[in-house]
Ligand binder design. Structure first.
Ligand SMILES: [Zn+2]
Length: 697
């Protein structure tokens, strides 16, 4: 096939694929089967690989994932592709003697040849392989089994420091670069705090959080998670010029070049000449790494000269030219004093160890979680044991081992309670689940108070009150459920111990203000098991109001982006629970919002009767833009037709929509032109949906 024939076929394929995608995502009626779609996509990829000069940025091979996902949600699952070069793992060791042996072996094999070592930090994340063709990112694969990886391109495009296009010059036409996806400590802490507030199992460490986040189906949630990337290896096979000759002499030159192309490469690398340089580097970073914003677990030592790497070659599992030295995790030994069994708002009983205070990673540790009964059995923990505590970036330190030499004679295992430590109800456990819980959700004091605290929390209804207030209201029989709060009177509160006129006014005001809290947060506040903030938002937007949600079947719930079977069942059960329905009815009567957009009156009627299609990115989110159109009387729509008043095009509008608009003679306007149409009182940006301010920030 010559270039003209190829060009013709490429155009045909692109038109077919775009049309199918549009029908799939916008109209939900694809013209091709998934198999056919993939086959055509492969054909197009193969042609573009053969004629790279014909690749355009708007080709479906470049666009699949990012744009399509925004149009209609994830397609589900991940395609798998083979790695061009197997992704091997490194040999690793905790012993410095092994590093000395590695150096001696290299010197012996390379007998007399002068060479250097590139020493680098070993990042504790999940491996990624990025492929760039003509300077454009076209595929990102996870390690998978080393031979085949999951295609996570869609999600990788949401990671801020990974460039879509390379800058500078001199990059190979088609190459891959490998590295690690990390979750910085700050993002990790934030994510786990959210999960704990929602009684979801927190991630054990930033590595798990990074790999879990990379495999999410919702790319917008990936974007929110704050992942980071660092790259550290370009396979030598990728580094040849058009003449087949290597472009670089050394690995470190290749990484320096990658950095100049805009790729994220660590600056904390050092060229070492001998074992003493290497040991200095290890020693320095064993301390200095604690001030890094993300987790590292060791040092990687690579022979720097690429021809010598080839000489040394590979074993079946790992390269012979590199080795990893791993740092010991920081841990402390301290005696176990006692174990508390805490009851959460969903009834889960969590064992928490009280320890003799001990210094660990610069903080004093007094308590550590034991997670659940299974974990306690696994550790075989006994009363009076000395335990090892570790803090690998976790918020709550963990007990990871027992010092058997210090075990008192005849020490007995602690007895996990058979009944709720709070209300005495026998605990139960669902099949296949590790958690024991108190089934007395209606009358267990800790669960009742836990639910009230959750309901009033800042991210939920934002009612001004602390745990002491909740305890007092509960103890006096004034509030057991959220709905009771709205039936309290100022006179009642004035009579209570410790309440002053000012605090009563503030409390009543914040209850009144909570009636303006959007539906999605009301839904979160209800405390449905497994329904966190993000899920509540998705469900609220999907169903629009509580009546549609109450009428929804489990299948209909599963149609929501990030709702799986467990969540669907939990929401369904909640919406069919008589007590929950009673709560909803009373809260509704109190004036809380149970409809998306209920509070919002229209701002003007300047767009009355106009159907408006939006495409591309704006200064506000797409949802907020649709909301803005509605607020001015317009009707947002997703596909261009002869009835479309105009196409509102932001940055990077979809070429398909632009094409359709020009075909039908539909006017295309910019965001600035659109805003100029609106009366002055229209908000400049935000505040409508996504970034709605909380009441008491
Ligand atoms: Zn209980």
């Amino acid at each position: 096939m010559d270039i003209h024939e190829a060009n013709k076929r490429i155009e045909e394929l692109r038109t077919l694929l775009w049309e199918n995608s549009r029908r799939y995502y916008v109209e939900n009626s694809p013209t091709m089967s998934d198999f056919e779609f993939d086959a055509r996509m492969h054909e197009l990829e193969a042609l573009e690989a053969q004629f790279p000069e014909l690749i355009t940025p708007d080709s479906p091979t470049q666009k699949v994932g990012s744009d399509l996902e925004e149009e209609g949600g994830a397609r589900g699952g991940f395609a798998q592709y083979p790695h061009r070069y197997p992704m091997l793992s490194l040999g690793n060791t905790y012993n410095i003697e092994d590093i000395e042996a590695f150096v001696q072996r290299a010197e012996k094999v390379l007998d007399g040849t002068k060479f250097t070592y590139s020493c680098e930090l070993k990042f504790d994340g999940t491996a990624i392989c990025l492929n760039y063709r003509n300077g454009v990112l076209y595929r990102a694969l996870t390690r998978g089994d080393g031979v085949v990886g999951d295609d996570v391109t869609r999600n990788v495009r949401k990671i801020k420091n990974i460039p879509e296009r390379l800058s500078g010059s001199g990059w190979p036409a088609d190459f891959e670069i490998r590295g690690e996806i990390l979750m910085p400590y700050e993002a990790f802490d934030r994510l786990n705090r959210e999960r704990e507030e929602q009684e979801e199992q927190p991630f054990a460490n930033p590595r798990n959080a990074a790999s879990g986040s990379l495999k999410l189906l919702s790319s917008s949630e990936v974007a929110r998670r704050g992942l980071w990337c660092t790259l550290y290896h370009i396979p030598a096979e990728s580094l040849t010029g058009e003449d087949g000759q290597p472009i670089f002499e050394t690995h470190s030159q290749a990484l320096d070049a990658a950095a100049s192309w805009g790729l994220p490469v660590s600056e904390d690398r050092r060229i070492c000449r001998n074992i003493s340089d290497i040991e200095d580097y290890i020693h320095y970073w064993d301390g200095a790494r604690r001030s890094l914003p993300y987790a590292t677990d060791g040092i990687v030592i690579k022979i720097n000269e690429l021809p010598l790497q080839r000489t040394l070659g590979f074993t079946a599992k790992s390269p012979r030219w590199a080795v990893a030295f791993k740092f010991q995790a920081e841990r402390a030994l301290t005696p176990l004093l006692s174990i508390d069994y805490q009851v959460g708002r969903t009834g889960t009983v969590t064992p928490v160890a009280n320890l003799r205070p001990v210094l660990l990673s610069g903080t004093v540790v007094k308590r550590a979680t034991l997670n659940n009964a299974d974990q306690m059995a696994l550790l075989d923990i006994r009363e009076g044991d000395w335990v090892y505590v570790e803090k690998g970036g976790e918020i709550i330190p963990k007990i990871t081992g027992i010092e058997l030499a210090k075990r008192p004679e005849g020490a007995l295992p602690p007895v996990f309670p058979k009944t709720c430590p709070d209300c005495g109800t026998p605990l139960v456990r669902d099949e296949g689940e590790a958690r024991w819980y108190c089934p007395n959700s209606l009358n267990c004091p800790m669960q009742i108070q836990g639910r009230l605290i959750h309901f009033m929390s800042r991210k939920a209804m934002n009612v001004l009150a602390g745990e002491m207030t909740v305890e007092q209201l509960y103890r006096l029989g004034l509030a057991r459920t959220p709905a009771d709060l709205y039936e309290l009177s100022a006179l009642q509160l004035m009579a209570l111990e410790g309440w002053k006129e000012r605090s009563v006014i503030r409390f009543m005001d914040s209850l009144e203000n909570s009636k303006q809290v959007p539906f999605e947060r009301v839904l979160f506040a209800l405390g449905i098991r497994f329904v966190g903030e993000t899920t509540a938002r998705s469900i609220a937007r999907h169903f629009g109001d509580i009546d549609s949600l109450m009428a929804a079947s489990q299948e209909e719930l599963l149609a929501v982006g990030d709702v799986g079977e467990v969540i669907a069942r939990s929401v369904y059960d909640f919406m069919h629970d008589p007590d929950a329905l009673d709560q909803i009815a009373r809260l509704r009567a109190a004036g809380l919002r149970f409809t998306v957009g209920e509070r919002k009156q229209s701002l003007s009627a300047v767009l009355e009767g106009k159907t408006i299609v939006i495409s591309g990115n704006f200064s506000i989110s797409r949802d907020a833009m649709k909301e803005l159109i509605s607020l001015h009387g317009g009707k947002p729509s997703s596909s261009v037709s002869s009835k479309t008043a105009f196409l509102l095009a932001g940055e990077k509008p979809g070429p398909e929509k632009l094409h359709k608009a020009s075909e039908l003679g539909v006017k295309v306007i910019s965001e600035a032109e659109f805003r100029a149409m609106l009366p002055d009182e229209a908000p400049a940006q935000g505040g409508l949906f996504d970034n709605e301010p909380t009441l008491f920030d």
